[in-house]
Design a protein around this ligand. Sequence first.
Ligand code: NDP
Length: 453
Amino acid sequence: MSDFDYDLFVIGAGSGGVRAARTAAATGARVAVAEDRYLGGTCVNVGCVPKKLYSYAAHFHDAFRDGRGFGWQLPAAPEFDWATLRDNKVHEIKRLNEIYGRLLESAGVRLINGRARVADAHRVEVAGESITAAKILVAVGGWPWIPDFPGRELAVTSNEVFDLAQLPRRFLALGGGYIAVEFASIFNGLGSESHLVYRGELFLRGFDREVREFTREQMAAKGVRLHFETNVERIDKVEGGLRVTLTNGEALEVDAVLAATGRRPHVEGLGLDALGVELNGDGSVKVNERFETSVPSILALGDVTGGPELTPVALAEAMHLVQQHFADAQPAPLDYRNIATAVFCHPNIGTVGLSEEQARKQHGAIRVYRTDFRPLKHTLSGSEERCLMKLIVADDSDVVVGAHMVGEEAGELIQGIAIAVRAGLTKADFDATVGIHPTAAEEFVTMRTLSRR
Ligand code: NDP
């Protein structure tokens, strides 16, 4: 046992911090965690969890309409009550916060309420206490960032959007990343007039081009108003709402603007600069494969390190970190390739591996198998919604290097496909797999016709 008060002091009780604290404690380490906001971090409180709940709420819109073709008659047009969704969400998150608290408590981890500051390589100051630790873990995550324009203070971020006092009758999402497309879809589904404003020619930069184009068509067909190649110039308060002036000269009147223009590492006031902890060019904390910063007793993981900003990545990093620093194991470095991800726009996107464009660059000769079709359900529902599925194969090895889907429950489906892609299975393996009928998923094992090279 060391002379320090704790073996590990974790700053931030988000997904990564809590997982690291609990698993380190399970190895016998003495662990404390400081958190100044809510247990569970962004994901539980103002991210993945409430977002998925709101996405479910928005999907009922389609379900009510689709039901008619199957014989369901609704006595009256269904009405959506924002306050019910919001308040039920609040109760559920409170329940999850309590579970996180109990998990830490039962693991023997001390929880301290306050924003910690790193005073030196082994000392943290928090809530009036000065505490020493053999290792300090910075797991403070990120924080929404809004660009500078007149009226920026009139926009909300993902920190506030879940708790708006009322459902905005007209909604605008600024940005072309995950959060903008998800919320443009959610508010559209909830019945708002929904706009998305993105500075580039097509949203979701970095995703497969065909996936982006297909998503554009599907979202537009559902009623989301897409404004590309323009940006917000200013926001002004006007009678009954907000006037958003765009750089292309257009003006839109809405009730709420969500700035979904990216997140920044939440390192302000932590004291890392004074200690000379090295940062990356984007302000994130630089770490090695053992999650050590340039001050080796100070570790960091999750969004603050600038890697993929995804909860499962932070969780995997936490497990890895604990193995390396507290379980005396020497695991191979974490493999960041083939991390599957879903975007919960409507319809959903699920993706793993390389986009067609990346595969062409990395592998040269590739084969693309793709299909888009009207799912069986929509033969009776009357909905025009279509589904896209796509496999990208390295021609020389036959290995499937990318799988993409836009359609209902794409995230659920791609998770399984991700195992095959990570395992390096070939197109011949996919072809040899007998499908499940009738599902949309069976298309992934029945795409025999080459679409292009
Ligand atoms: P992203 O980084 O994904 O997207 C930010 C968007 O804002 C980009 O389209 C970017 O444009 C645009 N932007 C940046 N600066 C400006 C500016 N000055 N003016 C106008 N537009 C600007 O961030 P998000 O906020 O959407 O999400 C943060 C992260 O959270 C995501 O990257 C993701 O990792 C994670 N997340 C994951 C989810 C999931 O797994 N389903 C859901 C939600 C979030 P450009 O493309 O041109 O740079």
